[in-house]
Design a protein around this ligand. Structure first.
Ligand SMILES: [Zn+2]
Length: 351
């Protein structure tokens, strides 16, 4: 909504008044933001900061996509969540949507508790004006890059590990993510937030740069920093920009191959970064959560919500925490061994 002039002083007093005063934004820009629709994929450290910065700036529609729940170890850097969200084991997308609507009830925020895969990526991103990367893994980022290049959707890549953060704005005609990182590196070859940790201020610093570029894209600014990788060192307080060249033989943005999108969804377990947990993909149709919750009561403490069933299992199942989501995925906690996770699923679901 456009800010109303204050009769006494003649200054705008609405929710976004201080931002509307900026010559780069103004009333027309604020309206553009209100009309915009942005998807944020992954609502962890970077995703929750991006969601907060865009939501508070008045980006009218946000689609938050995340597969996981709030954990106590998230709270050091994931500013939209509270200790209560962790205790109540709430899905991140749902907790973030509620937090944003508590800030601004006019925001239209969709919470999708699901894993973005090659099979559903186009459907999940349908209808948005911009895609922001809040993920913690390169395979999902390559799928996002494929969809966005094919659909000519602006995409902002963001990553943070340790004290360093990076972001890159990808728009048609400029280098894409595969011009920067041609192939996913072998598992285990790069540091992750598990092995290297994450410094909260590095997250804040890189997401501020990324959110500024996102707002500029939505405003139609002519000085968006496409084709430049921003690299920040949150410890030393350094910000650098590296100029990136479009690779003349990039398989994605030049040759038009969408290799990662065309791959079928991995029916493979995923070891979740920062979680000491394994995600198992759905094996059949949507589970009957209520019925399973009843069956599992002998196995330990069971809690249910519309999005999932949580089982805090007893010694028979190694005292593990198990989450079964409405989309059929299962997350088995306290292990990084896919075989062990599969065996626990077999005992609980029979397959
Ligand atoms: Zn490219």
């Amino acid at each position: 909504m456009a800010p109303q002039p204050d009769a006494a002083s003649g200054t705008p007093t609405g929710r976004h008044a201080r931002q509307v005063r900026l010559p780069q934004i103004g009333e027309a820009g604020q309206q553009r933001l209100a009309d915009a629709h942005v998807a944020i994929v992954g609502i962890g450290a970077t995703g929750s900061h991006l969601a907060e910065l865009l939501g508070r700036a008045g980006v009218g529609r946000l689609r938050l996509i995340d597969r996981d729940i709030v954990e106590p170890s998230n709270l050091q850097r994931q500013t939209l969540f509270t200790d209560r969200d962790a205790r109540d084991v709430r899905p991140k997308a749902v907790a973030a949507a509620e937090a944003l609507n508590a800030v601004d009830p006019d925001l239209r925020v969709e919470a999708l508790v699901t894993d973005l895969t090659p099979d559903n990526a186009e459907r999940l991103l349908d209808g948005v004006d911009l895609v922001l990367d809040g993920t913690d893994n390169l395979p999902t980022r390559f799928v996002l890059n494929d969809v966005c290049v094919r659909e000519r959707l602006p995409f902002v890549y963001v990553g943070v590990v340790g004290v360093e953060g990076q972001c890159l704005v990808i728009v048609p005609g400029f280098p894409c993510l595969r011009c920067y990182i041609p192939e996913p590196p072998p598992p285990g070859s790069l540091p992750t937030c598990d092995t290297a940790g994450v410094f909260g201020p590095a997250v804040t610093l890189i997401t501020s740069l990324a959110a500024a570029e996102a707002l500029k894209l939505l405003l139609g600014a002519d000085d968006v920093r496409a084709g430049e990788v921003a690299v920040v060192d949150g410890w030393r307080g350094e910000v650098r920009h590296l100029t990136l060249r479009r690779e003349p033989d990039c398989p994605c943005c030049v040759a038009g191959e969408q290799t990662f999108l065309e791959a079928s969804a991995a029916a493979e377990p995923t070891v979740l970064c920062g979680r000491d947990a394994v995600q198992l993909p759905a094996t059949a149709g949507p589970p009957q959560l209520d019925r399973l919750a009843e069956q599992w009561r002998d196995q330990g403490q069971v809690r249910t919500s519309p999005q999932m069933v949580r089982l805090d299992a007893g010694p028979d199942l190694g005292n593990r925490r198990v989450l079964l989501f409405a989309d059929g995925r299962m997350i088995v906690g306290d292990t990084d061994d896919p075989a062990e996770a599969r065996s626990i699923r077999a005992r609980l679901l029979g397959h």
